[in-house]
Ligand binder design. Structure first.
Ligand code: NAP
Length: 533
């Protein structure tokens, strides 16, 4: 029989959440072990290596703030860092804080089962190991479980196929190839311009067009970097007061879109368009609150698309009909311009879904399209997908997937009743994907570390969400989401991209500052809503 290794904490995942959790728990004197499926750190930035992958929040803000030395010494090259640069940063962090010695790579956690007698988590891996831990921290990421729709006949395809989220590390040579890409979300919108430059022909299969704002990416000006670094703490503090944990330097406008004249609206939208990026949605304070107000912004972007794309039929197909911002807004480099290339074709699969994959390509609307390479940019089983892959069982052997069958049920997105000492970093029903993820990760990790220390100082063993507190939190999360336009379209925020997944809005829309204050208040009030034992 394999010996059971005793540790204080098991952390699942060595992305930005797992790495920082390890650093903090180690600093608190705990013996923590990270288990990571990949053979390197970086999480989503380790797996997503498709051409064009880059962050959509400015690099100087999409980075850790816990170490002043780290943020002073690291040099970002571009306004929006490309994936290789972010992965280098993750590796630098792992080396700088000597994290690797407590990370076991190339290993998957298969199960995590709570033992009610010992009050410990029993964790097994695909390498046959068994660990016993007082605490189990799921740092499994929100967008790490890829979604590959069950297209009939995929096994027959004679060419090569790839999912953007599992792109080969050695890259793919597309020179002279006929490439088909399915999907037009952020991954597709970033990769399509790059794939079009490499391939002989690129055919894009679009089910739902998306809104995208130009990144206006550029090399960072050294004077600007020096200026940010001279008052980095100030910038971080200001960002932590923003709903999304970023963007304090780009002026947000609280005014209502209805109060502006048509000319003022156009001027404001144009200013935001020229700045580029997510800030576009902060052009007015109420763009995500009413359909009529939202329509002003949506119309502005649709006009930009029609002005950019020369073929009117393609331009019309590329114009989204849904509310802008309801699906996560994309940030691009030359996305719409790419449709002016002779080697790029857009095919609508909304009216006529993809019927099947054949040995040569795929069929839609009775027409077979032939390819050498197929790219699935079909997204992720977001927020809960990676947790569901692990057999997590709490009290009475209750599987987490069963408890969450009708949608996630958590208290603060940090824990779930019946699952003591199990923490979900950036879990569902926390601000997570609606924010600068690294900022939300640090807030969660700091809270969990303080919580574990508080338990230890008081000689307590377990912390567990109360059912009533959890019910109230779930209701609150749903209630405030229903006050926005978010639930009005089929997005991965709602699980609507995965057939059979319950349609529940998963992130907390109340913003990071309000949420962080709520977490602090809970801690101050002796972890109100949790049972400490
Ligand atoms: P996504 O937004 O879920 O997009 C998936 C695409 O595949 C959608 O266009 C979807 O169409 C399409 N699709 C799915 N199943 C299909 C089917 N059976 N037939 C035809 N089309 C199908 O996934 P993603 O692009 O990977 O992005 C997910 C999230 O990851 C982003 O929203 C973002 O948060 C993050 N991300 C960020 C960046 C970045 O800029 N830093 C880059 C990539 C990803 P429907 O819309 O009709 O479902």
């Amino acid at each position: 029989m394999t010996a059971v290794r005793e540790v204080d904490a098991v952390i699942v995942g060595a992305g930005f959440a797992g790495m920082y959790m390890l650093h903090r728990l180690r600093g608190a004197g705990l013996d923590a072990q990270v288990i990571e499926a990949g053979d390197g750190v970086g999480g989503t930035w380790y797996w997503n290596r498709y051409p064009g992958a880059r962050v959509d929040i400015e690099s100087l803000e999409y980075s850790y703030q816990f170490s002043e030395e780290l943020q002073q010494e690291w040099e970002w090259g571009e306004r929006y860092a490309p994936q290789p640069e972010i992965l280098s940063y993750a590796n630098h962090v792992a080396d700088r804080f000597d994290l690797r010695r407590d990370i076991q790579f190339s290993t998957r956690v298969l199960s995590a089962v709570f033992n009610e007698t010992s009050n410990r988590w029993h964790v097994t891996t695909d390498k046959g190991e068994q660990l016993s831990a007082a605490f189990c921290v799921m740092a499994t990421g929100c967008l790490s479980s890829t979604n590959l729709p069950k297209f009939e006949g995929l096994q027959n395809f004679k060419g090569d196929w790839y999912h953007t989220g599992l792109w080969p590390h050695e890259g793919v040579d597309l020179a002279g190839k006929r490439v088909g890409i399915i999907g037009t979300g952020s991954s597709a919108i970033q990769s399509i311009p790059q794939l079009a430059k490499q391939a002989a022909q690129l055919t894009v299969f679009q089910r739902t067009p998306n809104f995208s704002i130009p990144a206006h990416n550029k090399d960072l000006d050294p004077d600007y970097v020096a200026e940010v670094k001279s008052r980095y703490a100030e910038l971080r503090a200001a960002n932590n007061l923003q709903p999304g944990g970023f963007g304090s330097r780009t002026e947000a406008n609280e005014a209502s879109v209805f109060e502006a004249t048509e000319e003022e609206r156009q001027l404001q939208f144009e200013r935001k368009w020229q700045i580029g990026g997510f800030g576009f949605l902060a052009a007015f304070g109420d763009l995500l609150l009413t359909k009529d107000g939202n329509e002003f912004a949506a119309d502005f972007v649709r006009a930009k698309i029609r002005n950019t794309v020369k073929d009117p039929v393609t331009a019309a197909l590329l114009c989204p009909k849904q509310v802008i911002g309801c699906k996560r807004i994309c940030v691009d480099i030359d996305y719409f311009e790419t449709y002016n290339r002779d080697n790029v074709t857009l095919v609508d699969v909304k009216e006529h879904p993809i019927e099947r994959i054949t040995d040569k390509g795929l069929v839609t609307n009775g027409v077979e399209y032939e390819f050498d390479v197929l790219v699935f940019a079909t997204g992720f089983d977001a927020m809960t997908g990676s947790l569901a892959k692990i057999d997590i069982r709490g009290r009475n052997s209750m599987p987490l997937v069963e408890k969450w069958a009708a949608g996630p049920r958590t208290y603060l997105g940090l824990g779930s009743a019946g699952f003591p000492n199990l923490f979900t970093i950036s879990g569902p029903q926390s601000p997570s994907v609606l924010t600068n993820m690294i900022c939300s990760i640090e807030q969660h990790v700091n809270w969990v570390t303080a919580c574990i220390l508080a338990l230890r100082q008081r000689g307590l063993t377990t912390i567990e969400a109360e059912v009533a507190a959890e019910d109230a939190w779930v209701e609150h999360v749903n209630e405030i989401a229903s006050m926005t336009l978010y639930p009005s379209c089929n997005s991965w925020y709602l699980g609507a991209n995965v057939p059979g997944k319950p349609r529940v809005f998963m992130p907390y829309v109340g913003g990071l500052p309000v949420y962080a204050e709520k977490c602090e208040e809970v801690a101050r009030n002796n972890y109100e809503g949790f049972v400490l034992a």
